[in-house]
Design a protein around this ligand. Structure first.
Ligand code: FAD
Length: 305
């Protein structure tokens, strides 16, 4: 077992031992992680990486935990959590029609969308209603049919396990549908610069409100979930395939394919990660039987098998 007191002595941020992951994920399931580190600043991330390297310790990065299913046996290595920290927004450059914003990885997307709308800056509206952080959104290339974070990214700054800090242009990040090839599972996004257009506040605000209204109507937001469970295979929607395979409303104990949006698995209160994973497997199997299509996970499952 790694020496977490040694980590504590090196950093300014908080180091917590044995932390229930259900309290740090929107799905609200999963066992504890052995240690959760929340850095106080960028320097702290560097110190954490140095510690991890010297202790030959693997780690996992989380933001708001809104795309994760943590297994019931928990995570036997440290989690570095970039949330409630590194959450500043600075205007790096602006002229009459555009602005470049530098945003910390821990910035909640909701806060970013709100600030941009209030200041008549357009570009990030498609991220409205996505409940993660900027770092998580970069790793996932979060978005919808209306656009993704990669559409507005100029650069991303991240640290690698080697301790090297890199800044890459958006076009070199290898963004794809919910992927970012330049980032490995041990890369830690620190900040991103975004290019937005200046326009009138009202039109940005109206677009955000319309997107939020639509999500409230079509997504089961009153239950814990991690958003879409599966990626859409091509033009076909995963929810349609699940629906045709008879999965709407199907449950495994406390976990259920939402009646409102079949590509959401919701925790009706008492679900375990085991229930959710059993339901994922059942959905994949039924879709394969019915349509011959192999669904691919959008949600990320982590932790001890
Ligand atoms: C109700 C609901 C609706 C949703 N709607 C959408 C939607 O419309 N579109 C969409 O794309 N997603 C959606 N999601 C999923 C989720 O919000 C996004 O994937 C989001 O970008 C995840 O951000 P996060 O900070 O919560 O990341 P986490 O869930 O904490 O992590 C997700 C992945 O990103 C990595 N990661 C997180 N932070 C960092 C960092 N700083 N550096 C490096 N890697 C990092 C993690 O290692 C993990 O692999 C929804 C989720 C919910 C619960």
């Amino acid at each position: 077992m790694a020496d977490f007191n040694e980590l504590k002595s090196r950093v300014n941020g908080s180091v917590m031992i044995d932390v229930p992951m259900k309290d740090h994920t929107s799905m609200g399931v999963g066992g504890s992680c052995v240690c959760m580190f929340t850095p106080a600043n960028t320097e702290d991330i560097f110190k954490f990486i140095e510690w991890a390297r010297s202790a030959e310790q693997r780690y996992f990065v989380i933001g708001a935990g809104t795309n994760l299913v943590v297994r019931d046996r928990g995570i036997k290595y440290p989690v570095i959590r970039i949330k409630d920290t590194l959450d500043s927004t600075d205007i790096e450059y602006e002229d009459e029609s555009t602005a470049r914003l530098k945003v910390g990885a821990g910035k909640p997307l909701a806060g970013l969308v709100k600030e941009c709308a209030e200041n008549g800056m357009s570009g990030v509206e498609p991220l409205a209603g996505i409940p993660g952080t900027v770092g998580g959104a970069v790793f996932m290339n979060a978005g919808t049919d209306q656009g993704c974070i990669s559409d507005v990214i100029e650069t991303v700054t991240f640290m690698e396990r080697t301790g090297r800090t890199r800044t890459l242009a958006g076009k070199d990040m290898g963004f794809g549908y919910r992927t970012c090839r330049a980032l490995s599972s041990s890369s830690i996004v620190v900040s991103a610069t975004l290019s937005v257009k200046k326009t009138d506040k009202d039109s940005v605000q109206k677009r955000v409100e319309s997107i939020l209204r639509n999500k409230t109507r079509t997504q089961p937001l009153n239950y814990p979930s991690c958003g879409s469970i599966f990626k859409n295979p091509g033009k076909i929607k995963a929810w349609q395939l699940l629906d045709e395979a008879g999965m709407r409303g199907v449950r495994v104990r406390g976990a259920k394919y939402s009646e409102l949006h079949t590509n959401f698995i919701v925790n009706t209160g008492s679900a375990t990660a085991g229930d959710i994973i059993a339901l994922i497997d059942a959905g994949m199997e039924k879709v394969r039987e019915k349509s011959g299509i192999k669904l691919e996970l959008e949600a990320i499952i982590i932790g001890e098998q």
